[in-house]
Design a protein around this ligand. Structure first.
Ligand SMILES: NC(=O)c1ccc[n+]([C@@H]2O[C@H](COP(=O)([O-])OP(=O)(O)OC[C@H]3O[C@@H](n4cnc5c(N)ncnc54)[C@H](OP(=O)(O)O)[C@@H]3O)[C@@H](O)[C@H]2O)c1
Length: 278
């Protein structure tokens, strides 16, 4: 995927490009045997993702902090597709407690889990701390999804074992991962207000989404773009890759740094442990 495809929408090697729709890239895919969770499915890209996954037959759980917005999204989807299987569960990714409660509620539904789409995100917010005392964009976009993924991994592995269908975890990053702090991740001052930049903090969280996906794929081998990556049969067996407009894209050198991915993994676990002990 090069800059010309990016700007013009010309298809890349996959046959799809930035002008392709989620419906086009999943044409002919039967997802009726799949269950998916989409975080932030009550708005934006998340709602379109839920709509198209449900259109292809998947049972989709919208994980949302705003239940009214999630219900509106669900009703809109049902209007065009009365057979859509869409459920809603409360999730606030900026709260470790809410993430735990979401997973307990999801497990109580006794459903399989094939696909986890880590889509929710906050963008460019002024400096603020989450309930757990962690800088908000890092807490929501990365740490919340990191914790959620860890808590759901066992369920995904079980599902893959029973069904023989490989699970997929999709982290929504952004080209903004290129624009982060000089050191990549501010391990020594993740919560520092001094030097805080709303843009760089967003870039840092999006870089973290890629590093998380890379480290995840290294640790758990086998266990419009979102729908392509979640459903397209041509991607079977592929993992730890960054896709832009349905084509593999070379992420920044920092995003490809294995040492940094491992360091972020350990750092994230430490942050969660210390926040939970408070
Ligand atoms: N739009 C783009 O051009 C673009 C480009 C590259 C990457 N992305 C990435 O794509 C993803 C979706 O972007 P979008 O444009 O669809 O954003 P959006 O329209 O702002 O939607 C974000 C969704 O995330 C939810 N959310 C925010 N904070 C949350 C929290 N603490 N707990 C649970 N849900 C929360 C929002 O819910 P509320 O309604 O409650 O706020 C909303 O449903 C993001 O990860 C973004 O970084 C977007």
């Amino acid at each position: 995927m090069g800059i010309i495809s990016l700007v013009t929408g010309m298809p890349g090697a996959s046959g799809f490009g930035s002008a392709s729709t989620a419906e086009q890239v999943t044409e002919g895919v039967d997802a009726s045997n799949l269950t998916a969770i989409v975080t932030g499915g009550a708005g934006g890209i998340g709602t379109e993702t839920v709509r198209v996954l449900a259109l292809r037959g998947a049972h989709v759980i919208i994980a949302a902090r705003n239940l009214d917005a999630a219900n509106d999204a669900k009703q809109l989807i049902l209007k065009d597709n009365a057979a859509a299987r869409v459920d809603i569960l409360k999730l606030d990714l900026s709260s470790l407690k809410s993430i735990r409660a979401f997973v307990d509620n999801f497990n109580a539904m006794d459903l399989p889990l094939n696909i986890l789409i880590n889509n929710a995100g906050v963008m460019f917010c002024p400096y603020q701390l989450s309930q757990d005392g962690i800088e908000m964009q890092f807490a929501t976009n990365h740490l919340g999804h990191f914790h959620l993924t860890n808590l759901l991994l066992e369920k995904m592995k079980q599902t893959a074992g029973v069904t023989g269908i490989e699970g997929r975890i999709v982290n929504l990053s952004s080209i903004a991962h290129l624009h982060t702090y000089e050191e990549g991740i501010r391990f020594d001052g993740i919560n520092d207000q001094a030097g805080y930049s709303d843009k760089k903090a967003y870039g840092q969280s999006k870089l973290s989404n890629i590093l998380h996906a890379n480290e995840l794929s290294r640790r758990f081998k086998g266990a419009a773009t979102t729908c392509y990556v979640a459903l397209h049969p041509s991607l079977k067996g592929q993992t730890g890759k960054y896709f832009l407009d349905c084509n593999e894209f070379k992420a920044s050198p920092l995003a490809r740094d294995e040492g940094l991915a491992k360091k972020l993994w350990d750092f994230s676990n430490k942050l969660i442990n210390s926040a939970q002990q408070r």
